[in-house]
Structure formats: structure tokens, C-alpha cells
Design a protein around this ligand. Sequence first.
Ligand SMILES: [Zn+2]
Length: 152
Amino acid sequence: MTDCIFCRIIRGELPATRVYEDADVLAFMDIFPLRRGHVLVIPREHQVQLHQLSPEVRGRLIDTGARIAQALYASSLQPAAAHFAINDGPAAQQSVPHVHLHVLPRYAGDGGRFLLRLLRKPFDLALGPAAAGGLEADAAAIRAALAKIDGH
Ligand SMILES: [Zn+2]
């Protein structure tokens, strides 16, 4: 058992606005979003870097990220595109040492400074959740779109 913040979210010891979960992965709203609809997808298994995951779990991580993006496109947020990002280790500005895939809605002309902001983002989950009410509304929209994609 690890006291990693993401492992604690997985175990339900810390709150998170969940969007999707299954046996392998969990997706939730980033509590310091760069913008509305910023979702993180993490494996349930604690590993720091992408290559440490099994090919199956790595596949589940990417597949879930793609489906979250599809749900974002179908949701009221209606992004024109999405940005997928994994900071693969502390020297790459990985803020929590547990593999996480950022899924970020992008809009036409939303600026070249976007990636810099992502890389430099002060990301301290230990400060606690922010604006959970707004996050829940967006999470509900994404969950509803996911359910439609999955035919439920
Ligand atoms: Zn962890």
C-alpha cells in the first residue's frame, strides 16, 4: 500500500469527481484544471512511468483517454480537438509519481502557450479539491456522453 495521492483516490481515501472507472483504470476531473473538461486517466496499479505498465493496462489507459475525448466532443463542452499528455517521470514535470494521462479539450485558436502552461502547471493535489461543484457538472456531462457512446 502506498500513500501516493492517486492511489489514495483509487482507494476512496481522497475525494475525486469520477468520470469513469473499471477494473484497470480510473478517470476523474483534474482538481486544478487548465480549463473546463480537463480529465486525468490513471491505472489502478501504482507505476511511475508508462513502460512499467503491462501492455494490456497501457492499452486500457490510452483507450479510455480516447473514449473520454470522444465523450468530450459529444458533450456540451464541444471542443474542436483534444490534447493528450503524459509527463513520464519527475524530470518531465510529472507532479504525482503515478502514471497519468491528461485529456484536455482544445478549441480553434486557443493559443500556442497552451502546452507551456501544461508543462509548468503548479499541480499540488495535496492542497485539496477546488471548485468541486463546477467539476461535478462537467463530469456529469462527460459521463452522460460516455454512456451514449457505450450504448447504455
Ligand atoms: Zn499511486
